[in-house]
Design a protein around this ligand. Sequence first.
Ligand code: B1M
Length: 231
Amino acid sequence: MDDNEFAMLPEELQELYEQLQDDLYDGLKDEVVAATVQALDGWKQTPAQVLNHGLVVGMDMVGADFRDGILFVPEVLMAAKAMKAAMEILRPLITDAKGLERQGTVVIGTVKGDIHDIGKNLVGMMLEGAGFKVINLGINVDADQFLAAIHQHDADILGMSALLTTTMPYMRTVINRLQEEGLRDRVIVLVGGAPLTDAFAEDIGADRYCQDAAVAVEAAKALMQIKRRKA
Ligand code: B1M
């Protein structure tokens, strides 16, 4: 979150966001949804502001206390459900790409062994909002499923997400399969997820590591322009 931007908000709105963060931490779905609606309708906040000042901050607090053994899986699951419910409110606002030229087709999924999907879904929504057709394969996706979807939809971009250090190496397996099937040159590969780095992306032969959804959209657009120029 941009601290300066937050400090400039009216005090009442800051309080609303702080309450939203606490309610997300406590997994209070109805309260999180109500605060999301209030921020959007009452305070005319954008989806990005609600995410950056409220939902993502709350989820970061959950992540830190999960790491430190203060919260456990059931509590994190409750928080994740509350976050997903709020994202459903944001979805139509983020994905509305009316009037935008179609940018290309993206196949996206969380890799085999990994069930984290909040960030990947957010990336999918933002890409849709930017004019991409998005085929979201869900969680625990293996190389066969990725390859089948790329063939079926003639995808321009493959997006892979991994949140665990134990599942991120599977991205290399999928990229190797792309290579074996002669598709690597025509499919752009974007990877993301909290434990990844630029160096890891380069090492496995991906085109770009995307640290967040906004970077994913920028990278997808920029690399599509290069792809079109080459075609
Ligand atoms: Co899990 N978990 N979890 N978890 N969980 C982490 C990832 C962890 C870092 C928590 C911690 O210890 N601090 C830790 C991983 C440690 C490690 O590997 N080094 C961890 C663990 C250990 C586990 C389990 C193993 C716990 C257990 O069972 N003992 C287990 C694993 C299950 C499995 O996958 N096989 C597990 C389970 C769960 C829940 C089911 C309870 C739940 C997931 C619910 C769901 O997703 N439906 C959960 C959650 C919620 C988290 C944390 C707290 C939050 C993740 C999240 O949603 N962040 C997480 C802690 C953390 O990340 N700090 C944690 C919010 C989201 C908006 O951000 O996902 O980073 P993020 O996505 C960003 C960017 O990364 C990027 O853009 C997104 C939007 O800006 N991005 C992409 C992501 N994917 C992209 C793809 C792209 C581009 C960009 O493609 C183009």
